[in-house]
Structures are given as C-alpha cells and as structure tokens.
Design a protein around this ligand. Structure first.
Ligand code: TGC
Ligand code: FAD
Length: 390
C-alpha cells in the first residue's frame, strides 16, 4: 500500500511542532500499513478489527491527551492529528479510539475516584480493557436530559433499571460508563462491568454505515452495583455533556481524515480516467470545479481544527467552539465524499475504492455525538442568548 502523501495546500505543516508531526507520521504509517490492507474485508463482514487494539495501545493512541496512568500526554493538536489519520482509515476505527479515550477514560480521569482511576486507566490505555459510553436511549437521543434509566440508592449499592441504545463497543466492552437519573432526578455516572448480574447487551445488525464497528443496546434489569462504582466527581447532565465535548473535538479532526482520503482518491482517479477525446476527466472544467471546491473546504476545515486545537491546548476552547468544529468538519467530509463518489462514476460505488465506505460511515458521524442540526442550535443559542431546545 503506497504511503499517503497528505493534503497540505496552505503549508499548515509549518505550524505543527515536531511532536505533533511525529504523532501524525506514526498514525499515518499505522493506517497505511495495518488498517487499509484489512479494512474493506472487515467492512464487508461487519466486524471490528480487534487485532488492532493492542497495537493502538502500544502506539499510545488511547487517552493520548490525558496525563499519567501510562498515557502519552500528547498536546490536543497532536491528539487531533492522530484522530485525523485514524478516520482516514475508517470512521469505525476512529470511533473506537474516541469512545475509549474521550468517553470512557476521560470521565474516569476527570470524575473517578483514585481507586477507579488505578483500576481502569492503565488497562484502558494499553487496550487490555475496552470501554463503552451509555447515554442515548431508544426514546431519548438528541435530548438525553429526558432519560428514563434510573439508579436507586441502597445501603452500599445502586440498582439500575433501563435501556441504552446505539452504544459503540457495547457488547465488547469490559466496562460501561452508564448515565442514569437518581431519586433526586440528577444524572450520575456509573461504571458497570461486563458480566454483572442484570446487565445484558445485544448488537445492532443490518447497519449500512459503520459496518466495521460494534454498535449495541445495553439493558439493565435490577442490576445491582457497588456504591464504589459511582463516579463521585460529578452530578447533573453536565457530566455526560462534558465528555461529549472531548469526543466532538476528536471527531472534528477525524472528519478531515475521511475527507482527505476521498479527495486524494478522486484526484488520482480524475488524472488517469479518460473520457472524450482520450483526455483525462481532470481536464474538464466541471471536474476541476469539484476538485477545487473539495480542497478549499478541506483547507477551511484544517484551519478551524488547528485554531480550536490551539485554543484547547491553552484551556480556552469553549464547548461552542467544538460544536462548530464538529458541525463544519463532518459536513465538509460528507460533501467531499459525495462529490468524490460522483467523480469516480460507477467505480465510486465499489468498496475497493473506499469512497462509498467513508460516505456511508459519515452519515453516522453526522448524526452521533449531537446531530449536525443540534450543533447548529448550540451555536445559535450562544450567539443569540435564546435556547431553541425548550
Ligand atoms: P443544558 O441545560 O444546555 O445543559 C445542562 C448542563 O450541562 C452543561 N453543558 C455542557 N457542559 C460541557 N460541555 C458541553 N458541551 C455542555 N453542554 C451543556 C450546561 O452548562 C449545564 O450545566 P449546569 O451546571 O448549569 O447544569 O441541557 P439541555 O438538556 O438543554 O441539552 C442541551 C443539548 C441539546 C445541547 C444537549 O442535550 C446535547 O448536546 N444533545 C445532543 C446529545 C448527544 O450529543 N448525544 C451523544 C451521545 S454519545 C455518542 O453519540 C457517541 S458516538 C461515539 C462514537 O462512536 O464515536
Ligand atoms: P433524534 O434525537 O430522534 O433526532 C432525529 C432528527 O430530529 C435529527 O435530524 C435531529 O437533528 C432532529 N431533531 C431532534 N431534536 C431537534 C430540535 N430540537 N430541533 C431541530 N431538530 C431536531 N450514543 C451513545 O450514548 N453512545 C454511543 O457510543 C453511541 N454510538 C453511536 C454509534 C452510531 C453508529 C450511531 C448511529 C449512534 C450512536 N449513538 C451513541 C447515538 C447518537 O448519539 C444518537 O443517534 C444521536 O444523539 C441522535 O439521536 P437519535 O438518533 O435518537 O435522533
């Protein structure tokens, strides 16, 4: 598999530190050598490439921007570049790392007890344990504040009842970060371990998107867990929403990776595919228009990601900045993938080119972690001071 040349029209590489470029180079090589040769078959078979998990751990990609517990302690920009490259491989791979890092390790790191951190973070960092994040329910997606899952306190335990749906890694996780409402109606986070009595999972089948990713339902039926499994450092909806901010940040970078893969495939194809007077289709004005549009939007997405990343590294990124990053960059990726598919003609629908795999995956990315329109409304609320959610 040829090494990916990258897409750097604006010389943004000169803005990255040596550490950031090293992180990207490592992730890029990993994707070229380990992911791209196997991903099409996994996508066909609807299986997640579990064989990559230990390597992802060794490379320091899990919890890469966290401190201690064996984490790589990368800058947020370096972490973003890793997510970019992983999603250039497949959105399902980036999802796996996003969930493990931002939705499982982050809440344990930020809100967990010392014992919870010692128990889980080193294992999650190395990939010896897998985590999932249960917020969405069958009836409550965009509006998680309405959740029905309940946790009732007993002397030294909590009893959970309810259903979570669309949970990435649900059935393969050793630990689930589950959000439930307590008797005071406040949302709290719980660590539910695989095999606990009253906890069951079932996988979602028939997905036409994110096929190389496990998506599950979680159910809790009088599931009794120790009071020590409560995340003690947070209560209220702010808990899960703060995790989403971390994950949306990685997705904003990931979208660039999927877009770069589709753009590069379309560009190479357009330069070699000949139609009319034996000329490459890249010589036709309408084709150049599409390619110019794609690279312009990719550049805008890169600049946005870099600026939000720099803000995050200075602790100045607000959730609304990250909503803009997720909204814009996933939309860019969706639109680039659609145009790339069009430029490949009939070949565009074949999985060996990867473009339609990315296009289909991105439909999930557009919806999860807060849909495109929910991100717009978050920005709308910020600039007007008026909530459209009530
Ligand atoms: P609202 O009243 O606005 O907020 C409640 C409390 O939370 C605080 N807050 C945030 N804190 C940190 N980061 C954020 N992004 C935050 N957004 C809000 C807020 O300040 C408040 O704090 P406090 O202390 O005053 O109580 O809540 P709301 O119920 O009106 O909801 C607002 C809304 C709609 C924006 C929110 O519910 C939302 O973001 N909905 C989208 C749901 C979503 O994104 N779900 C994602 C599920 S996980 C997933 O999809 C994983 S995919 C994984 C993969 O495979 O990669
Ligand atoms: P709904 O909330 O029912 O929305 C349907 C449509 O209505 C959308 O277009 C939405 O934008 C629109 N809409 C809703 N409310 C408004 C409004 N106020 N104004 C305007 N439009 C509105 N969840 C987890 O908790 N953990 C996971 O690991 C996870 N992984 C996922 C993996 C995949 C592959 C997918 C597809 C989803 C995953 N999710 C996960 C769930 C995801 O977060 C939800 O699908 C998402 O939040 C949207 O919820 P919903 O599907 O119920 O759509």
């Amino acid at each position: 598999m040829a090494a990916f040349p990258g897409v750097d029209f604006l010389d943004l590489d000169s803005s990255f530190s040596d550490e950031e470029l090293l992180a990207r180079r490592t992730a890029r090589q990993f994707v070229d050598e380990r992911v791209l040769p196997i991903i099409t078959q996994h996508y066909r078979d609807a299986t997640f490439p579990m064989e990559l998990v230990p390597q992802l751990g060794e490379l320091g990609f899990f919890g890469a921007n966290l401190k201690g517990y064996g984490c790589a302690e990368m800058s947020n920009v370096a972490y973003g570049l890793v997510m970019q490259e992983l999603e250039r491989g497949d959105s399902g791979l980036r999802s796996f790392v996003s969930v493990q890092s931002a939705l499982v390790m982050f809440p344990i790191f930020a809100y967990g007890s010392d014992a919870q951190k010692e128990k889980w973070l080193p294992r999650l960092q190395s990939g010896k344990a897998i985590g999932c994040f249960g917020l969405t329910e069958p009836q409550f997606g965009s509006n998680p504040g309405g959740m029905l899952t309940r946790a009732v306190k007993h002397a030294n335990s909590y009893v959970l009842n309810g259903e979570k749906m669309w949970i990435t890694n649900g059935s393969i996780a050793d630990v689930a970060v589950v959000w439930a409402k307590c008797e005071d109606d406040r949302v709290r986070g719980f660590l539910v371990e695989k095999g606990m009595k009253g906890f069951a999972t079932h996988d979602v089948h028939g997905k036409l998107s994110m096929r190389a990713s496990v998506t599950s339902g979680l159910s809790f039926s009088d599931c009794e867990i120790s009071a020590d499994n409560l995340l003690p450092g947070i209560d209220g909806l702010r808990g899960p929403l703060s995790c989403l901010t971390q994950a949306r940040y990685g997705i904003g970078w990931g979208g660039i990776g999927a877009a770069m893969a589709c753009y590069d495939t379309a560009l190479q194809y357009a330069k070699t595919r000949k139609q009319f007077a034996n000329k490459p289709i890249a010589s036709h004005q309408l084709v150049q228009d599409k390619l110019a549009w794609m690279i312009t939007e990719i550049c805008k997405a890169q600049v946005l990601a870099l600026q939000v990343g720099r803000l995050k590294d200075r602790n100045r990124a607000q959730p609304v900045h990250i909503s803009m990053l997720k909204m814009n960059n996933v939309w860019t990726a969706v639109e680039v993938a659609r145009r790339a598919r069009e430029l490949l003609g009939a070949n565009g629908i074949v999985d060996e080119y990867g473009v339609m795999r990315h296009m289909n995956n991105l439909e999930s990315v557009y919806t999860y972690e807060g849909t495109h329109d929910i991100q717009r409304l978050i920005i709308g609320e910020h600039i007007t001071g008026i909530s459209a959610f009530a």
